[in-house]
Design a protein around this ligand. Structure first.
Ligand code: FMN
Length: 173
């Protein structure tokens, strides 16, 4: 089956290599807008974003992760936080952040950009917050690295769905 949305879901890959071409701020804002149209519990929209294209800040952020080569190569970063004061349920707010980030990855793909969700950098949450000047009222969820893809050769694998569907409890035909 193919539909535009299914196609985007299946086509999206994590992109970790980028050209030097800058990413337009309008594109970054569109990606964030797509993120904000993700569902959230009670529609509380707890996500907050810092957009970074400044080279000095990107290089400082790159020092905080073992994936520094990706952060250095990416001309743009979206740093994703939860506003702790807006949260009402830890699990549900984290789930909402995941939905928001996935929306942003799909939006980047749709805009012919490449993006990857960086989670390892969460080991250095405090340093990231300090570098981008964000208070302790916010909790770091991820950094999304974004740029124009050098190529589209990325491949990925998925487990077979019949090994993942544990049970089907179906109405008798
Ligand atoms: C919570 C989370 C954290 C991730 N952290 C990293 C990371 O730190 N570095 C990285 O290169 N990729 C990271 N990824 C991307 C995954 O490696 C990638 O999504 C996975 O290998 C499947 O590949 P695909 O996105 O191309 O389908 C992360 C993905 C998720 C959902």
């Amino acid at each position: 089956m193919t539909t535009p949305i299914l196609n985007a879901i299946y086509k999206r890959r994590s992109i970790r290599e980028y050209t030097d071409e800058p990413v337009k701020i309008e594109a970054l804002r569109e990606i964030v807008k797509a993120g904000t149209w993700a569902p959230s519990g009670l529609n509380n929209q707890p996500w907050r974003f810092v957009l970074v294209t400044d080279t000095a800040i990107r290089l400082q952020l790159a020092e905080q992760t073992r994936y520094s080569h990706i952060v250095k190569a990416a001309p743009a970063l979206i740093v994703v936080f939860l506003d702790i004061g807006e949260m009402y349920n830890e699990v549900k707010d984290h789930q909402a952040a995941g939905a928001c980030i996935q929306n942003m990855l799909l939006a980047a793909e749709e805009l012919d950009l490449g993006a990857v969700w960086l989670g390892e950098i969460l080991n250095r949450k405090d340093q990231v917050k300090q570098i981008v000047g964000i208070s302790d009222e916010h909790d770091l969820m991820a950094i999304i690295a974004i740029g124009h893809p050098i190529h589209h050769n990325q491949s990925s694998k998925r487990k077979e769905i019949n090994k993942l569907i544990i049970k089907e409890i179906l109405e008798a035909p």
